[in-house]
Design a protein around this ligand. Structure first.
Ligand code: AMP
Ligand code: GLY
Length: 423
């Protein structure tokens, strides 16, 4: 079987490595992938948003199955286009990917179907938004409607910061058209849990829960990033919480999307917060999380490609998906300065003996040498019987990898470790 994976980061590298375990797979193409995954996939120089070129490549190369991983091509309709060309695909169609593509859509969906989320108001008029802020309590959360490279959420501590955020999004267009509409919502508190779920629109199979570390620096300080590390499972996601999420959030969301005529097939990501008033949805993503995937898939015992095919063929109910018992920890090594400005082009050395546990996010070949080529450069994952051991094993591997200007958080998993001890 020839498989094609659209996307180019650490998440895609984790998906590719897992798909490779299926014995019927003969070749995997990454569009565009990155230099750091050249040993696991054939790199194809086609951008993840270039849908006509993606479809053309799939047809010309007799691709048997396609996986579309990132949000942009999903929201732009890559799966619709591939399916219309007769290529079986894993991922939601555009009319379902809107669950991530528009925060206004997802908030209104939750309100209409009684799915617990932060109280909110939608604004298309800046003056109305500014006058609403006069009375609103702080902190308060301002969200641009559309995709904004994960930066479209501003938590304003003061009214002045909130006003600046609204003006930045609506007048200065800091996120372009994504700021034409905004959501202003209640600030919630509590531990966060990421739950990715396979769904074919009928059955929903949650994967192992995980915990992201979004801030750049230790102790959750510094700027928000795409994620500096993850652990799985998440100790806050107890069996009781899982049960209530299934009843109050997961199934109602799948049913709501069906009722709207937008059946969701693929990986649905639930960003949850366990608040004093119960679990609430912070956000939906229409795809695997990054770097959640780098801890979740290594814990998957079952065959990923078989699951993805079952999702595409709407027979997920036939499968009994198995998970490994252990704990996983992924530490991201980034370029100094990320998520703001950083230098790239430094030689990247990954020793052979740990390459299997490394998911490369940003690397390229320059004159035949692998060099850094992004803010997040790679993630290192370990699976062990305890979280403590998984953390120690990942940090030991990090010490074996070198590139100039490397930086990483030293405390990935510590919060989870403390939470786990309290139980
Ligand atoms: P998002 O880009 O939607 O994942 O939001 C980024 C982060 O902002 C989330 O992971 C939360 O930590 C935080 N956040 C979003 N919405 C809220 C909220 N209503 N209350 C508190 N924190 C929030
Ligand atoms: N790690 C968060 C995300 O993938 O959106």
């Amino acid at each position: 079987m020839k498989v094609m994976v659209v996307g180019g980061g650490g998440r895609e590298h984790a998906i590719i490595k897992k798909i490779k375990e299926n014995p019927s797979v003969t070749e995997i193409f990454a569009l565009p992938g990155n230099g750091g995954m050249a040993n696991d996939a054939t790199l194809v120089n086609i951008g993840a948003k270039d849908i006509p070129a993606i479809v053309e490549f799939a047809k010309n190369n007799a691709i048997d199955f396609a996986v579309v991983a990132p949000d942009d091509p999903l929201v732009l309709g890559a799966v619709d286009a591939l399916e219309e060309a007769g290529i079986p695909c894993f991922g939601p169609r555009a009319n379902a990917a809107i669950i991530e593509g528009s925060k206004v859509f997802s908030k209104n969906l939750m309100k209409k179907y009684g799915i617990p989320t932060a109280a909110y108001e939608v604004f298309t008029d800046m003056e109305a938004a500014l006058s609403y802020l006069e009375e609103a309590p702080t902190p308060i959360v301002i969200k641009a409607d559309g995709l904004a490279l994960g930066k479209g959420v501003i938590i304003a501590e003061t009214r002045e910061e909130a006003r600046d955020a609204v003006k930045g999004m609506m007048a200065d267009k800091m996120f372009g058209k994504s700021g034409d509409q905004i959501v202003i919502e209640e600030f919630l508190t509590g531990p966060e849990v990421s739950v990715l779920a396979f769904t074919d629109g009928k059955t929903v199979c949650p994967m192992v829960s995980s915990m992201d570390h979004k801030r750049a620096l230790d102790n959750d300080e510094g700027l928000n990033t795409g994620g500096m590390g993850t652990v799985a499972p998440n100790p806050y996601y107890t069996e009781e919480v899982a049960k209530s999420c299934m009843e109050e959030i997961f199934l109602p969301t799948i049913n709501a999307m069906n009722a709207e005529g937008r059946p969701f097939k693929g990986c649905l990501y639930f960003g949850l917060m366990i608040t004093p008033k119960g679990v609430k949805v912070i956000e939906y993503n229409c795809r695997f999380g990054d770097p959640e995937t780098q801890v979740v898939l290594p814990l998957l015992e079952s065959d990923l490609l078989e699951i993805m095919q079952a999702v595409a063929e709407e027979r997920l109910d036939e499968l009994d998906i198995k998970w490994k018992k252990g704990h996983a920890c992924c530490v991201i090594m980034a370029s100094q300065g990320y998520p703001a400005s950083y230098q790239k082009g430094f030689k990247l050395d990954i020793p052979e003996e740990i390459a299997g546990d490394v998911y490369v996010a940003g690397a390229a070949f320059k004159d035949g040498v692998l060099v850094t080529n992004g803010g997040r450069v790679l993630g290192v994952t370990s699976v062990e019987e305890s979280l403590e051991k998984a953390i120690a094993a990942s940090y030991a591997k990090v010490e074996k990898i070198s590139f100039e200007n490397a930086f990483w958080r030293k405390d990935i998993g510590q919060r989870a470790l403390k939470a786990g001890e309290k139980k």
